[in-house]
Design a protein around this ligand. Structure first.
Ligand SMILES: NC(=O)C1=CN([C@@H]2O[C@H](COP(=O)(O)OP(=O)(O)OC[C@H]3O[C@@H](n4cnc5c(N)ncnc54)[C@H](O)[C@@H]3O)[C@@H](O)[C@H]2O)[C@@H](O)CC1
Ligand SMILES: Nc1ncnc2c1ncn2[C@@H]1O[C@H](COP(=O)(O)OP(=O)(O)O)[C@@H](O)[C@H]1O
Ligand SMILES: [Mg+2]
Length: 282
């Protein structure tokens, strides 16, 4: 299995071009956060903005709009259940994240259907949390977009039907090929599955075992994929950096919150970008 290491990620995160602007770094739409789980999508959106996505929009329940605006004025927002508005917004996006705090009710299923119907092959869909359950349990239209799925072990069981104790790398890899997606299988040593290879994260620790940590990762993955040309490197780099920051914080903190990790993303990216591809400090 390939290992995602610090040296590799330093080479993946490059300096920004002088003449770039927000349009260079991608447009991301994050869809989720019902009236009970607004925090989930706020964490995802916040991680996405702090990762450097050019423009971030959030479709969430209206009861979350004020909190989102006050926590993250950089993001625009729209009403989760206004399917017409959602449809027209999807059009201009590079990456769409769906699932954090979405819920699994009929309204959530209708939102999923709209996204699946509207999204096209040029776009990338990040499927997380409740969207994984809806993907399995709802009769959805065929998906044209490139798919990145970010299950934890329980969500992977839902997707594949394989009990957690029976999951192993070989069987997981077979299931990934059937799924036709990139799979970020989240656990203490997260694994990233592509059709032809598997990568293992080499960072992360139990101080990160706290609610919302995966929501933050979904937003980071979207932010990286939206701005970096090399999509595989973007996914591997985001998975590693999320855990690397967690490890740095855990040197002094018993528990690390997703908000703590998010705050550290820009500074950590800067440090990683200072190494050139020859791994030399420049
Ligand atoms: N502040 C918020 O609004 C939060 C909202 N959240 C949302 O809550 C929704 C439900 O997600 P949950 O993951 O809580 O619930 P799920 O019911 O999808 O998954 C929980 C189950 O998965 C299994 N599982 C997960 N990780 C495992 C591991 N490493 N090893 C073994 N078993 C494992 C356990 O059996 C557990 O019962 C999602 O939409 C999520 O985004 C959560 O992220 C928590 C924070
Ligand atoms: N013991 C651990 N060691 C390393 N990473 C962990 C550990 N526990 C949790 N994590 C990380 O925290 C995240 C949890 O994701 P998830 O279960 O989806 O959380 P949530 O849905 O609450 O946001 C994953 O990225 C996982 O790798
Ligand atoms: Mg989750």
């Amino acid at each position: 299995m390939n290992k995602i290491t610090k040296r590799k990620v330093e080479a993946f995160i490059t300096e920004r071009k002088k003449d770039s602007y927000k349009g260079t770094y991608g447009r991301v739409l994050l869809v989720g956060g019902n009236e009970n789980m607004g925090g989930a999508i706020i964490l995802s959106a916040s991680a996405c903005v702090h990762s450097g996505a050019g423009l971030v929009t959030v479709a969430t329940d209206p009861s979350n709009h004020a909190a989102l605006h006050s926590r993250l004025p950089e993001a625009m927002c729209l009403t989760l259940y206004d399917l017409q508005q959602l449809e027209s917004m999807i059009d201009g996006m590079d990456v769409i994240v769906i699932g954090p705090g979405l819920g699994r009710d009929q309204r959530a299923a209708d939102v999923m259907k709209t996204v699946y119907e509207t999204i096209d092959e040029e776009q990338i869909l990040v499927l997380d949390g409740d969207a994984i359950h809806l993907h399995v349990n709802e009769n959805l239209p065929p998906l044209k977009a490139e798919l990145i799925v970010t299950p934890h072990l329980g969500e992977w069981r839902t997707l594949t039907g394989v009990p957690i104790d029976d999951q192993d790398v070989e069987l997981n890899h077979q299931k990934v090929k059937d799924l036709n997606a990139v799979v970020v299988l989240k656990k203490s040593r997260t694994e990233v599955y592509y059709e032809d290879e598997v990568w293992e994260n080499t960072a992360g620790n139990p101080a990160m075992a706290t609610g919302g940590m995966g929501d933050a990762l979904a937003g980071m993955i979207a932010g990286f994929v939206a701005q970096f040309e090399h999509k595989k490197h973007a996914v591997l780099a985001s998975v590693y950096l999320h855990s690397y920051i967690g490890d740095e914080l855990a040197r002094h903190q018993y528990v690390t919150l997703p908000t703590h990790i998010i705050e550290q993303i820009p500074e950590t990216m800067k440090t990683f970008s200072k190494y050139d591809s020859g791994k030399r400090f420049v």
